[in-house]
Every structure is written in C-alpha cells, then in structure tokens.
Design a binder for this molecule. Structure first.
Ligand SMILES: NC(=O)c1ccc[n+]([C@@H]2O[C@H](COP(=O)([O-])OP(=O)(O)OC[C@H]3O[C@@H](n4cnc5c(N)ncnc54)[C@H](OP(=O)(O)O)[C@@H]3O)[C@@H](O)[C@H]2O)c1
Length: 320
C-alpha cells in the first residue's frame, strides 16, 4: 500500500482541537467501488468542519485516524485539472450522504479518492488555490442565496458574522448578483474589509436602513434575533450553521406576523457547484482568501482558522 503525507485527526480534543491534529504518514485512500479514482491534490482549503472533526463532532472513534479536509482541486488519473465535489452517496450514514473526511478519507493529503462523477473540470481563469475555496463554504453560500433564499426575487441581503468563509462568500456573491448587501461583524477591522468589498458593514444588532429579503445566518444564537428583526415581510432567513450556539430564543409572533420563512440548508448539489464555478469564471468573482499556507506547514493553517481571526478562506497549497 503506497504511503502519503496527510493531516489527520488521530484522537479528539474538545477543549483544544489543535492538539488532536497529527501531520504524518497515512496509507493511500481506498476506493469504495470501481468508479472511484485517485486525484493528486494541488490545493485545498479549511472549513470550520475540520475543527468540529478534531473536537469529535460528527466523527466517531471507530473512524480514526481520519484525514481531514472537504475541499480540493487536483489532477485526475488522465492528467485533467479537476475540482472535487465533496458530497458522496453513503448508505452507512443516516443522511444517505457524507462529506469527504466524515467516512471517506479527506483532502488534506497528497492524494484523495472520490467517485469519478464527483470531479468537475477546473474552469479556465480560476487558479487551483482560488477554486479550492469553492466546494464547501462557497457552494453552501451559493445554495443559500440562489436556490433556498431565492435571492433573485429580492434586492437586499443581510449576512451575519461576515468574517467567516460562508459569510464572506455570501457577501461577494450577493454583490456580484447586484444586490444591496448589509453585513455584521463584531470586529472593526473586518467591517472595514467588508466595506471594501462593497457591502454596508454594521455592528451586530444594528438597525439597518431597510428590511432585507434574504438573511444569511451561520452564527446562530448570538445574531438570530437581529436576523428576525431585520427581515422584510415574506423574507427568507436561511440557516446553514450555528457557530455561536444552536438554541436561540425565537419570537414566533414575528415569524407569523411578518410571514417569515426560516429555511435550513447544507452544502449543495454537484450541478450547483458547476453553476458556481461558471458564475465565478464568467463574472470575475474570486474567493476572499484570508491566507495561503504551504502543505509543509499545514498546522499553521489550522492554527489560523482556530484563532477566529480569519477574514475569508484559509487555503493550503499542496505544491509547496
Ligand atoms: N451546513 C453546511 O453545509 C455548512 C457548510 C459550511 C459551513 N457550515 C457552518 O457554518 C458556520 C460558519 O462557518 P465558517 O467556516 O464560514 O465560519 P466560522 O469560522 O464558523 O465563523 C463565522 C462567523 O461567526 C461569527 N461569530 C462567531 N462567534 C460569534 C459570537 N459569539 N457572536 C457573534 N458572532 C460570532 C464571526 O463573525 P465576526 O467575527 O465577523 O463577528 C465569524 O466570522 C459553521 O458553524 C459551520 O459549521 C455549514
């Protein structure tokens, strides 16, 4: 069995997830069936999901050691540059699907295995490090806005906690779709960077100059009341994460009086990823990148994400 370098969870540590991270040798990832192929990874990016995995959320002891990482761009066995769609059919999971790094080994390695049908061509004009930001956080934001939030029917969008990967994606995409975008952040420096993207940056909880048609909610308990108060009649509040707590107090009276829709979503389809790749290539939209780390220093990338100080995606360049 060939051996490769990988960043993997060797145990769980809820209090100090970085202590559960090991960088070392792992066997090449197995193929679950004949239609799987191995991709040589050129670039990957980190998600909050990787920190949850190191904490033991969504991953069982029986699956350790588990190579982390959902996102990758690489080279397929025929020499084509491809973007890896990270959702795989998984009869062993109650959802019927799982993400790379949940049951199948992840992307933070020299090589990753996936069904051939999960490989999408890397569009011309998109670099490997940029495209590696798209399959999880950006795909989630795309589906939140377009498919679930029906943003095309509205003009104004609020994005909560705008420093995160999903949130910066939502800001950049909504702006590129021509919407008026409001975004909250606790941090003055992040608010400046949001404003530089073209959005109106406000403090968490601040009253907006107008009510919005779509709210992008990944923060949860800390911002949910503001999401409800900022929503226009018939607005969609789309939830894909709860970084700051998953049990907010909810004012039901506001929900029925304003006829609000609270909609949950996770990830997106392979077709939606293809639409997102085409949209970015056509409209010149590029991911907001916090930092790019050589694979040889992948632990720095994890430390950066864990610092909570990020603005945009933390990317790993596997060619260095
Ligand atoms: N369902 C899916 O398919 C899917 C896909 C990707 C991500 N997610 C989930 O979406 C969430 C966001 O992930 P991410 O990687 O984009 O970003 P993240 O690192 O989890 O950060 C999101 C933002 O939350 C804000 N925040 C954190 N704690 C807060 C608090 N106590 N009060 C107010 N704001 C707070 C911060 O904003 P400021 O510092 O700017 O205030 C931060 O930038 C995660 O929970 C993740 O698991 C879900």
């Amino acid at each position: 069995m060939p051996i490769m370098r990988a960043a993997f969870a060797s145990r769980f540590d809820d209090a100090d997830p970085l202590a559960a991270l090991t960088v070392g040798e792992q066997p090449d990832p197995p193929h679950w069936s004949d239609d799987w192929v191995t991709v040589r990874v050129l670039a990957s990016s980190l998600n909050h999901h990787d920190l949850w995995s190191l904490r033991g959320v969504g991953l069982g002891e029986d699956r350790l050691p588990m190579t982390l990482g959902c996102d990758a761009v690489g080279v397929d066995p025929d020499g084509n540059e491809v973007v890896v769609y990270p959702v795989i059919a998984d009869p062993g999971d109650p959802r019927g699907i799982s993400l790379l790094s949940e049951h199948a080994q992840g992307t933070l390695a020299e090589r990753v295995a996936a069904p051939r049908s999960n490989l999408l061509p890397l569009p011309a004009g998109l670099s490997a490090t940029d495209a590696a930001c798209l399959p999880t956080a950006w795909l989630t934001a795309w589906r939140m806005l377009r498919t679930v939030g029906r943003v095309d029917e509205g003009d104004a969008v609020l994005v909560q906690g705008a420093g995160g990967g999903v949130a910066t994606a939502a800001v950049a995409l909504a702006l590129a779709m021509g919407k008026r975008v409001y975004a909250t952040s606790r941090d003055a420096a992040k608010r400046e960077r949001i404003a530089a993207l073209g959005a109106t940056a406000v403090q968490p909880g601040a009253r907006l100059p107008e009510r919005v048609d779509v709210v992008i909610e990944t923060v949860g308990a800390a911002t949910f009341d503001h999401s409800l108060k900022s929503a226009a009649p018939m607005a969609r509040i789309v939830v894909s994460g709860a970084t700051a707590g998953h049990e907010p107090k909810v004012n039901l009276r506001r929900i029925f009086a304003m006829q609000l829709q609270i909609l949950g979503t996770s990830m997106g389809s392979s077709d939606e990823l293809a639409q997102l790749l085409a949209f970015c290539a056509e409209h010149g939209v590029r991911p907001v990148v916090d930092s790019v780390h050589p694979f040889s220093q992948v632990t720095d990338a994890f430390a950066r994400l864990h610092s909570g100080d990020v603005f945009g995606k933390v990317v790993v360049d596997h060619t260095r």
